[in-house]
Design a protein around this ligand. Structure first.
Ligand code: ATP
Ligand code: MG
Length: 328
């Protein structure tokens, strides 16, 4: 089986965008691939986090992955900071990554502009940590949204460079584009992607939002003045709602347009809200169950970390040998 690696940052409440664009696929991939999934908290501290809140978000993100259907019997599921090989390999890769390469990363440029008071070295070297995450498991495929493509490209360059110098160190990972890669846009500015770190809570639907909040957010979603439920140029808001409704009901976008022909935006938004509420309801219920069983969660992430360490240690050992370190 081919190996897949993917990670999610515990940097906020996971959104409907994360669910439709990533988590739902993660679950489906489990039968056909060897999947390795991580809550990447080392990445999350590249922007300032409040400790108590971060601790809660790490656990909640982990529980939410289980609630969505990531199965620790089938897949490797762990918390990044609990597996020391990630930081160790990241340091080595840092020494094989050029300042100029990292300077070209658009996420660094964006985030350092947005967090001008904290442009730390970790934010700059984020991509070499991401490369370590992927290369430690010799991943063949990495599901990435458009936002992570440039970073994956750099991971490939680093892997190829190390292979050239030391011969056969890493599998060079390929991007994996899921078949139905739903890209969910902000409900308040539908030209931007929905993001969990958006400062406007009405811009995103969190997977754990209460039904009333979900309905309210869809009711307020930005649309246009045409009042016709159909896709089209300049109808980003409606395009987005149609995409969401199609994704959660399994209908095609054409079917959605037909269903709402002659109906107004009010009816349509309510229908989208209800469909999303029903899709997320079982996830929220399972999440509550997992959060109520801390002992189980703890056992689960401890086992995950142990297994991840054992697998990744092999790659790290190989790299250490190849670059000239003594074996322990
Ligand atoms: P942040 O704003 O902190 O970067 P994020 O919402 O972008 O948060 P990430 O942790 O960066 O979330 O990404 C987790 C996964 O979710 C990635 O695979 C990413 O491509 C995917 N993803 C994020 N936002 C969306 C979206 N709006 N639509 C579809 N997929 C998304
Ligand atoms: Mg992101």
């Amino acid at each position: 089986k081919k190996i897949i690696f993917s990670g999610v940052q515990p940097s906020g409440q996971l959104t409907l965008g994360n669910y439709l664009g990533a988590l739902k696929n993660w679950v489906d991939l489990q039968d056909d691939y060897r999947c390795i999934y991580s809550v990447v908290d080392l990445h999350a501290i590249t922007v300032r986090q409040e400790p108590a809140k971060l601790r809660r978000q790490i656990l909640e993100t982990y529980a939410l992955l289980l609630a969505c259907g990531v199965d620790p019997q089938k897949s490797l599921l762990f918390i990044q900071s609990q597996v020391s090989t990630h930081a160790e390999l990241a340091w080595i890769l840092n020494c094989y990554t050029q300042f100029g390469e990292l300077s070209r990363m658009t996420q660094f440029k964006d985030k350092s502009a947005r967090h001008a008071d904290n442009v730390n070295a970790g934010l700059f070297t984020y991509p070499s940590l991401m490369a370590a995450d992927i290369l430690l498991y010799q991943a063949d495929l990495v599901p990435v949204g458009a936002d992570q493509k440039q970073h994956l490209e750099l991971s490939r360059d680093i892997a190829t460079r190390m292979n050239g110098l030391y011969n056969n160190v890493f599998t060079v990972p390929e991007p994996y584009i899921p078949k139905a890669g739903a890209r969910v846009m902000s409900l308040q500015d539908p030209t931007k992607k929905m993001s969990k770190s958006d400062e406007n809570v009405n811009a995103y639907v969190a997977i754990l939002d209460k039904p009333d909040d979900i309905m309210r957010k869809f009711k307020r979603a930005v649309t246009d003045s045409e009042a016709k439920v159909c896709r089209g140029e300049g109808k980003d808001g409606v395009n987005n709602l149609i995409g969401i409704y199609a994704a959660v009901t399994g209908k095609t976008e054409e079917q959605v347009e037909a269903e709402f022909e002659g109906k107004g935006y009010g009816d349509f938004k309510a229908a989208v809200g209800e469909a999303v509420v029903e899709t997320l309801r079982p996830v929220r219920e399972k999440f509550e169950q997992y959060m109520g069983d801390k002992a189980f969660l703890e056992q689960c992430y401890r086992e995950g970390a142990e297994k991840a360490y054992a697998v990744s240690r092999r790659t790290l050992g190989k790299v250490q040998r190849k670059i000239g370190f003594l074996s322990r």
